[in-house]
Write a protein that binds this ligand. Structure first.
Ligand SMILES: *[C@@H]1O[C@H](CO)[C@@H](O)[C@H](O)[C@H]1NC(C)=O
Ligand SMILES: *[C@@H]1O[C@H](CO)[C@@H](O)[C@H](O)[C@H]1NC(C)=O
Length: 447
């Protein structure tokens, strides 16, 4: 937790700490202006005991934080949620716009699911965003953002200096690995060689090679234990150095986010050389104040009990990749979009050629156990024990309205099936869940 971290105190209160005895772990309110002033005044000496590898890397991190916030203007409301600050930033001054006006691009129309036959495999309970629950933080601030602003997870030096370099912070994981699995399986040898402690990323997923404009699934939400464990969708186009992706789902990644699963999106325009999570670099333009990218949820699935989760859809419409999320109720929220420009005229400005859905894990050193995947249970345990994704379809056209096409997924397990597995049910047998799968497992020492 941020507020318990010695580095947090070291960085923000280095001077104060010399004067007063370090006491409680009670949260301290840090207004946005004070946070930014502390970043401006920060120097490498204060952070040399963090993971940052050099003064040059530290200076890059500091420059990035200052650049991100350079145009945001005044922040009138901030809140602390689950140990992390969010600042409500004027939608027109968000970093990804870089001073340009908010696009007048029409919001993409959502693709509806194809017809189902039969009933669901089990009941599911959509989670709503914590920002809609009328919650208050420990200081009495509303855990929500007013209209006209978007929740922006505070980019602190404490978060960045948990990594050796700025590139390591941006990457899908600390090693710079964690690619769209199928598209780059031939590259795994290279991935595994990266960095002294680089460990491979291991997967249980389904894929289909098909021209698509995004797609959809309902992601059952859990809190697996470990260094890095996620459930997500990948839309992939191009190849080699021009590989491009739009991705989203939930991830447990304590070094970067939290020990609890957080909502995330990710993109790369250039085979994971650049790209980033959420709003952490200038790319994704958010238009909704309802969803907190990088934030935890306030409800998770319970073994043998309520199965929580959310609908997520990516849709390429015009040249923009739109993100939709849905909690309870019929309405999807258009959360925002990756402007076509982030893909620099590449394949994802036209279409994607590969869809993938599933789980991914990694560990950071050989001393760590491989994380749990999904709920930590094998797919054979089935509903309310094993994690799943259902209602998995892709968008077949860049069109004004549309109905999806059920995905027809081929199974791949990377790693030992003693650690995790995936059991895909195609739409013809899927009943009310359409195409779905159970996946996951306990991880362990030899995966
Ligand atoms: C998808 O994109 C590729 C490469 O940009 C292009 O050659 C192809 O014609 C596109 N497919 C469709 C159906 O538009
Ligand atoms: C795979 O899932 C289907 C549908 O839920 C189920 O009937 C089947 O028993 C499962 N197979 C295994 C090996 O778990």
């Amino acid at each position: 937790m941020l507020t318990n971290s010695p580095i947090f105190f070291l960085g923000l209160f280095a001077l104060a700490l010399q004067a007063i005895p370090r006491v409680a772990s009670a949260p301290v309110q840090v207004p946005f202006g004070q946070f930014l002033a502390t970043v401006r005044a920060a120097n490498f000496q204060q952070w040399r005991h963090s993971a940052v590898d050099s003064e040059a890397s530290f200076n890059q991190m500091k420059a990035h934080v200052l650049d991100i916030y350079s145009g945001v203007g005044t922040v009138k409301h901030s809140f602390l949620h689950d140990g992390r600050y969010a600042d409500c930033i004027d939608i027109h001054r968000q970093p990804s716009l870089a001073g340009r006006p908010l696009a007048t691009a029409p919001i993409a129309p959502l693709n509806q699911p194809p017809a189902t036959s039969g009933g669901p495999t089990g009941p599911t309970a959509p989670i709503d965003s914590p920002l809609t629950q009328n919650l208050k933080d420990p200081f009495g601030n509303d855990i929500s953002c007013p209209d006209g602003t978007i929740p922006f997870a505070r980019l602190t030096l404490e978060r960045l200096t948990a990594f050796p370099t700025l590139a390591g912070f941006f990457a899908k994981s600390t090693t710079g690995a964690g690619r769209a699995p199928h598209a780059t399986r031939e590259l795994e040898g290279e991935l595994e060689g990266r960095g002294p402690a680089a460990q491979p990323h291991l997967y249980a997923y389904g894929f289909q090679q098909v021209t698509n404009y995004g797609g959809h699934s309902w992601l059952n939400l859990w809190n697996p234990i470990g260094d890095f464990s996620l459930s997500q969708q990948w839309y992939v186009g191009g190849s080699g150095a021009n590989l491009q992706t739009a991705e989203g789902g939930w991830v447990v990644y304590p070094q970067h986010f939290s020990t609890k699963a957080v909502l995330f999106i990710f993109f790369t325009p250039d085979d994971y050389t650049t790209g980033c999570y959420n709003l952490e670099c200038k790319a994704f333009v958010q238009i909704s104040n309802k969803w907190f990218l990088g934030g935890t949820f306030d409800q998770y699935s319970v073994t043998g009990d309520g199965q929580r989760g959310f609908d997520l859809q990516w849709k390429l419409f015009g040249v923009n990749w739109w993100l939709f999320l849905r909690g309870p109720g019929a309405t999807y929220d258009a959360v925002g979009y990756y402007p076509g420009s982030v893909y620099k005229g590449g394949q994802l400005t036209r279409n994607a050629s590969l869809i993938e859905y599933g789980g991914e894990v990694t560990r950071f050193t050989t001393a760590d156990v491989w994380p749990q995947m999904g709920s930590g249970m094998f797919p054979s345990k089935g509903y309310s024990q094993a994690a799943f994704q259902n209602t998995i379809y892709y968008n077949p056209r860049n069109e004004d309205d549309g109905v999806g096409v059920w995905s027809f997924l081929t199974k791949v397990v990377v790693g030992s099936t003693n650690c995790w597995d995936i059991n895909i049910t195609e739409s013809a047998q899927g009943g009310g869940w359409g195409t779905f799968f159970f996946y996951g497992g306990p991880g362990g020492n030899t995966c």
